[in-house]
Design a protein around this ligand. Sequence first.
Ligand SMILES: [Zn+2]
Length: 452
Amino acid sequence: MTGYRFNGGRVLPCEDETVIDRGCVVVEADRIAWVGDADAVPQEFMANGYEEVDTTGFTVMPGLVDGHMHISFGEAESEEELSIYTPAEYRAIRASVDAEKALLAGVTSSCDPGGPYSVAIAVRDAIEAGLVQGPRMACAGRQITTQQGISDGFPSWIGVPESSFGALVRNRDELLQEIRNEVKDGVNVIKIAGSGNSSDEYASFRLEELELAVDESHRLGRPVTIHARSRQSVEYAARAGVDWIMHASYMDEPTLEMVLEKDIPLLPAMTLLVNTLEANRANLSPPMRDRFKRELDAAAAILSEAHRNGATLIGGSESGFAMTPYGEWHAREMELFVDLLGMTHFEALLSMTRNSAITLPQHAEQIGTLTRGKYADLLVVEGKPDQDVTILQDRASIHTIVKAGSPVSPWRPALPRMKHPFEKTHVYTPQVYRFEERAGSSDSYAALISTL
Ligand SMILES: [Zn+2]
């Protein structure tokens, strides 16, 4: 067989907002050979070697490109789980299974902006080698940080453990060394931890340090992305000329102007904030709740202004935490772009297809749209995601997933995942056991045991 004709349904090439009402996508080996009107398919693609897939009643669109997924995080419930527990070897096996969950949710490509060890790189390579199945991936290494960045989250007497998702650099020489090591180890992207997680004003690196990091990364052919929530960190990121900025929640007006002028894409990843609020509805302390709400309000205000003024916004889910488990929340960011940033559904759809392709620098020209010559990564979807992007969150509405020209199916039945005790934070007890609580209960140990 030579290839497939996905024929008869709506087609969204996603290069722009074109809708082909009765379209056809021809796939040859791992590439797209032709896209256009079903009535205009060239004769050469009508030959016997092309298997016809009738897509009448469905929409054919590019596979999702999740610009922000941490494949090594293992759905961590705490900072300790994320950075201390679980050996590298187990993380790698776990991540290779998690990668399949993302693919089966329609994510055919994704960028991993940093994690412990070289887990993401190993998963990327195992997928490429055909050992496991998952999205094609671009990876950062450990996130480069100072004591003021997210990746140095423990007290100073603990520091940044070797198993952390961060790499602490103490001076310019160490900054350069870390970049060179990561490039040697095979990263596609350099990730800088440019701020902490609060609105604290400062940036983690001085501007000139950030400029040095960008310069060295670019010299070695790697784009730079940055975690930047605070005002100053976004300003420095824009000044230093990073390739795309994550979050940008507390960006101010002058920085927005610079971002627009330099055409630096923004990747908000608001799903993590919203999911954290929702998941902890019952037990979030008021100060924590207010912190998340304040950030969401700030982000919604400045990022919708960015959108109105023509900034490029990239969809990324920040999957990998317990609040954002793999395979479930990838498409939610697009709904938030509609609800919080005032995008149309089609604009939101482009943010997680066409726009997010740049987060995989080694494949950027080959993914994100249904365009002749690109990888045949496509979804056959029930409904019209260009008019209601939320349908992509429902796995049942994704009828067929094709990656590199091959329809994807699960390699094994989905089993419930057990978390080993060694993956978890060692909690003695969820609350203090008060003397008064013993009152009224049996006195003897034997009686206690009989009640358990
Ligand atoms: Zn992240």
